[in-house]
Design a protein around this ligand. Structure first.
Ligand code: BMA
Length: 380
């Protein structure tokens, strides 16, 4: 009897152990709890999709403002330079809320907010992923994001611009809450990426304009306020610019409870210098290697949140520079910046010299544009 009881106890504790393991882990071995414990179902699904992409070594391709404008066109329904040059839409679409805080009708790059809303809904219907950054004005000086005048200490609690900042956050909350879809008005999940490139010194939230404590306090205030306003459709993405080490990367990290996705922004500069391609690809590799360690240690989805080579003058840039580095790592997506002007674009358009190589990149079995991503999600 005693033996039987003992056996039963062992069996029970084993079952409990297995259950705990099953519940606590995912197919990727990562805990998949979102930073917002009240995140809605679609947001939790997006998080698990991103984990899944990472685990399966899939790389989603993304482009900023893809549906809004491109080289030689603006606001033409269904148009996209990525679609025109590769035959498929990106899987990830980036948008920016800069100037929403001013109650402006258009963002800092002239995208009307009402159109942005429609684009975001359209992307969601296509099974794509939306990510939003925010190049907001300097609340202290009223200058642009690039006005590095001290601001953060003035907008934290007790500061003279605290109330103003909260009113700006309320506008962001209203926007996020308005992103609804379907008959039941379910909120569309968004990867929100505020205060990016903070290891640089070009924005007012940059490394030289505030202390680590101030940056972290700003991040927490922002997330807490949005959550308090009932926004439960956001994954939060932390994305510095270049960094020297894991310690540097994590210096202003607000904590695992405040971040879902970790990324970084890095650009290929001076492409006319033939050595720059090798140099950039190597630097990208070494940053991705550090990121992989951080991703494993903090159990966060890792991405290349912004990159590109302006005008892409290197014909085989997509495979020999970008993919050459990314293929060795498990980043869930890479997003290239906007096709803003004939001298400022990061994705090819039809007839561009890098178009063939872009298609080669697209045809890699691990690289997914919207068509393949949608088909894959349907299977699950
Ligand atoms: C920069 C440039 C600017 C733009 C800003 C915010 O990289 O593209 O023209 O205003 O991003 O999107």
């Amino acid at each position: 009897m005693k033996d039987l009881l003992k056996k039963l106890c062992t069996l029970l504790s084993h079952t409990v152990c297995c259950l705990v393991l099953l519940l606590g882990s995912s197919h990727s071995g990562f805990s998949q709890e979102t930073a917002d414990k009240k995140a809605n179902k679609a947001t939790r699904r997006l998080y698990s999709d991103l984990h899944r992409a990472m685990k399966d070594s899939l790389l989603l391709f993304g482009h900023q403002d893809d549906l809004a404008y491109g080289i030689g066109w603006k606001y033409q329904h269904g148009q996209s330079d990525v679609l025109r040059s590769a035959g498929a839409y990106p899987a990830v679409f980036g948008w920016d809320l800069g100037h929403l805080e001013l109650d402006a009708a258009t963002n800092l790059d002239s995208v009307p907010f009402d159109r942005m809303l429609d684009f975001i809904k359209h992307v969601h219907k296509m099974g794509g992923i939306n990510t939003i950054s925010w190049h907001l004005r300097n609340p202290q000086s009223a200058g642009s994001s690039w006005d590095t005048a001290t601001a953060i200490r003035h907008i934290l609690p007790g500061g003279e611009k605290h109330a103003l900042y909260l009113s700006w956050l309320d506008k962001v909350a209203d926007f996020m809450l308005s992103l609804k879809t379907g008959a039941f008005g379910k909120k569309i999940p968004i990867i929100f990426r505020p205060y990016h490139e903070h290891t640089g010194s070009w924005f007012w939230w940059g490394e030289k304009s505030c202390t680590a404590q101030e940056y972290i306090a700003l991040w927490k205030l922002t997330v807490d306020r949005l959550k308090a306003r009932g926004v439960n459709n956001l994954l939060y993405a932390y994305s510095p610019a270049e960094f020297r080490s894991a310690e540097h990367y994590l210096e202003r990290y607000p904590g695992d409870d405040y971040v879902d996705v970790i990324g970084f922004d890095t650009y290929h500069h001076n492409p006319q210098d033939s050595l720059s391609s090798v140099w950039f690809s190597q630097r990208l590799s070494s940053s991705l290697a550090t990121m992989s360690q951080i991703s494993a240690a903090h159990q966060k989805v890792m991405v290349l949140s912004e990159t590109g080579c302006e005008q892409i003058p290197v014909q085989n840039w997509w495979t020999s520079v970008l993919w050459n580095a990314l293929k060795n790592y498990q980043a869930a997506y890479v997003l290239v910046w906007r096709n803003g002007r004939p001298d400022h674009y990061y994705a090819p358009y039809p007839g561009h010299a890098s178009q063939e190589d872009f298609k080669n990149f697209q045809s890699q079995s691990r690289v997914l544009f919207q068509d393949k991503w949608k088909a894959l999600r349907k299977q699950k």
